[in-house]
Write a protein that binds this ligand. Structure first.
Ligand SMILES: [Zn+2]
Length: 198
């Protein structure tokens, strides 16, 4: 016997699969695959439902802001662990005489007050419009987990446009970003607001 034979794994003859066993195996694999498909679709349905729900809430805050004469943008902070809405607000720059009173800033402030911490580690932020550079930076400072936004803002946005705050190496916390959630409704609300003001 050669020396390496000592280390060799004993040879195992391949198992001969009968035709019936092969068919049984295929049915089993198909069954497992279908279970996976059902589980995945259910998961995504649930996820879609939650996304749309929170974004609709943000849109509602945006509408309220629009009724006050503010640019209709709304934001919602959600605790991702419990699914509860921690805070929501719409733009209030005119009402508060404050150029920084954007929906995201107000929602973040209210949420940090509610949580009792300057960080919202397990929270997600839903906002109807792509955040401006100031809000994008505040979202990073608040350690928001995920950012979902509706309409893209090529002129004033700071996430996918302009300074792209999260692309900088100096940005310490980059939230996961999902843009275009409920984009159409958010964009239409803004469009009708600006048309009515002409
Ligand atoms: Zn902003």
């Amino acid at each position: 016997m050669p020396i390496i034979g000592f280390f060799m794994v004993p040879f195992k003859p391949p198992r001969l699969l009968t035709q019936a066993y092969k068919v049984k195996l295929k049915i089993k694999l198909l069954y497992v695959f279908l279970l996976d498909v059902v589980a995945c679709s259910r998961h995504f349905e649930k996820m879609d439902f939650e996304l749309v729900n929170y974004m609709e809430y943000a849109l509602h805050s945006a509408e309220i802001a629009g009724n006050r004469g503010e640019v209709p943008v709304g934001a919602v902070v959600v605790d991702s662990k419990t699914g509860r809405i921690v805070a929501t607000n719409g733009n209030q720059m005119l009402g508060r005489h404050d150029p920084t009173a954007h929906a995201e800033m107000l929602a973040i402030r209210a949420a940090t007050n509610m949580v009792g911490s300057q960080r919202l580690v397990d929270c997600d932020l839903y906002v109807t419009l792509e955040p401006c550079p100031m809000c994008a930076a505040a979202i990073s400072l608040a350690r928001i987990r995920r950012l979902y936004f509706g309409a893209f803002d090529p002129k004033g946005g700071g996430v996918e446009h302009g300074p792209r705050i999260y692309d900088h190496s100096t940005c310490n916390h980059k939230p996961e970003v999902y843009g275009g959630i409920g984009e159409k409704a958010a964009a239409e609300l803004l469009k009708s607001f600006f048309v009515s003001r002409r």
